[in-house]
Design a protein around this ligand. Sequence first.
Ligand SMILES: C[S@@+](CC[C@H](N)C(=O)[O-])C[C@H]1O[C@@H](n2cnc3c(N)ncnc32)[C@H](O)[C@@H]1O
Length: 278
Amino acid sequence: METIANTQQAQAWNGPEGAYWAGRHDRFDALNSGFDDALFSAAAIDERDHVLDIGCGTGQTTRRAARQAKSGKAVGIDISAPMLERARAVTAQEGVPNAVFEEGDAQVHLFPSAGYDVVISRGGVMFFADHVAAFTNIGRALRSGGRMALICPHMPDPEGESAQVFAPVNALVREPSPAARGMMSLSDPARVLDVLTAAGFADVTTTRVEGTVHWGRDAGDAADFFFAMSPVRFNLEGVPDQVLAQAREQVTGALRQYESADGVRLRGAVWLVTATRP
Ligand SMILES: C[S@@+](CC[C@H](N)C(=O)[O-])C[C@H]1O[C@@H](n2cnc3c(N)ncnc32)[C@H](O)[C@@H]1O
C-alpha cells in the first residue's frame, strides 16, 4: 500500500468536500477552464507525448491532454478517490482510452523515472506540506529536457470583479476549509522560483494570465453555486440566518450587472508557471 505524506489533504479530499466537487464537476470545470488555453499553449503537447497531470481531479485537463497526445497518453494522479471515480466515469463516457488515472499522493508517489515528456496541473499543486519534496518527486518523473506548465491561483485583487461581488461574504470568512488549506501557497512568484529551483527545475517563469471565470447561467444560479461551495459553506456555518440572507441578496444583486447571453462571467487572473527539467 502506497504511503500518503499529506494526510490532512487526503482526508479532506476523500471526505465531503471531495465528494461535493466530484458531484458538481461540470460546474467546477466551467469555473476553472477559462485559463486552459494558456495552460495548453505553454505545455505544447506533441501527439506522441506522455503527459502527467498532477492533482487531476475529475480529469478534464487529463482528457484534453490525452486527445492532443493521440499516439501517446495522459496519466492523471490524484489523492481523492471520489474525484478519480468521476474522472474514470466521464473518461469512459467520452471515449478517451489513452487517458488513465492513478490514485496517490504526488509528493511521494512512485512515478516511473523520466517516464513523462510533459507535466501539467490546473490548480493541483498548491496543497503539498513540503513543496520542495513534492516537486523533486515530480521532477524525477520528467525526462531530461521535459517541460512543466502549471496554473496556480493569483492573490485576489481587492479592486477586482470577484472581490467586489463577493465582498459581503468575504467579510465573514474566517479560515480556509480543510480542502482549501494551502490554496495560496504558490501565489508569490519569488517563492515559486525558490521552490522549483530547489527541486531541480530550470527556466522557471511565472506569468500573470487574465481571463474570465464562468459562475453560472444567471445571477441566481451563480449565487446558488457560490453559496453551496464547500469552502464558503464551511465559513458560513453558525452565521445567523438574517445575516446570511442579507449577504446572499447583496451578492446576487452585484452579480446581476455581469449577466450576459454567455452567462455570468467575472474577470480574474491566475499565475501560469513554466519550468523545464535540465
Ligand atoms: C483545486 S482541485 C483541482 C482539480 C483539477 N485539477 C481541476 O482543475 O479540476 C485540487 C486537486 O488536487 C488534489 N490533490 C491535493 N493534494 C494532492 C496530493 N498531495 N497529491 C495528488 N493530488 C492532490 C485534490 O484531490 C483535488 O482533486
